[in-house]
Design a protein around this ligand. Sequence first.
Ligand SMILES: Nc1ncnc2c1ncn2[C@@H]1O[C@H](COP(=O)(O)OP(=O)(O)O)[C@@H](O)[C@H]1O
Ligand SMILES: [Mg+2]
Length: 229
Amino acid sequence: MPKILNITGLEKTYSSGNKQLTVLQNISFDVEKGQTFSIVGPSGSGKTTLLGLCAGLDQPNSGSIELCGEDLKNLNEDERAQLRNKNVGFIFQNFQLLPTLTALENVSVPLELQGNKDAVKKSLDLLEKVGLGDRVHHYPSQLSGGEQQRVALARAFANAPSILFADEPTGNLDEETGEKVIQLLFELNKEAGTTLVIITHDLDLANRTQQILRLKGGRILTNERTAVL
Ligand SMILES: Nc1ncnc2c1ncn2[C@@H]1O[C@H](COP(=O)(O)OP(=O)(O)O)[C@@H](O)[C@H]1O
Ligand SMILES: [Mg+2]
């Protein structure tokens, strides 16, 4: 299968004052197009840092990242942002909706900014699909955590990304609500053929993806396929 993400020899060091902290070391792995992939590891093991590097939000000290066929080293910040706008979706633990926009606007405004003429219709369809057809004019503060995360799902899928990164998508949700969000995530993913990279410390969730990369202390412990087809 063709690769959508190709990581080789990644290293990331943070420095504060004269102290150096290496948080990722010797990281190499691939994600295939259309695959469901999870990254697991204890808190502080470097998962969020790794995701930021994979998506071109941050730069490594050494190693290379190829995303959607582009070596991120060869792109400037604007070009990386363009690549993200076109190809990448994000879901965060704390939803990250804009508080001054309604559910509908949170989904439609990014699409409008990209010049999509059907932004509102498309957003309404997606909000309907995640079960929020009757909440589209609500503001984030008027929605429950699970509802906010479903808005974030609609937003993430709106521009039909080829790869979607979800960082602890159920971290702030109770078990039942989290399960609903995950089911929707897998459903939308299947329908759209999106590649899904989920960061989680929920092993049950990781076991529902096709491949699991385990991190510990900034290094890869294992990288294994699961029985999921
Ligand atoms: N901007 C930063 N500056 C300095 N250290 C950081 C920064 N971001 C993360 N770290 C450190 O890097 C390590 C990995 O953090 P993180 O990637 O957030 O781990 P995880 O998502 O697995 O919990 C932690 O020790 C954290 O304190
Ligand atoms: Mg994290």
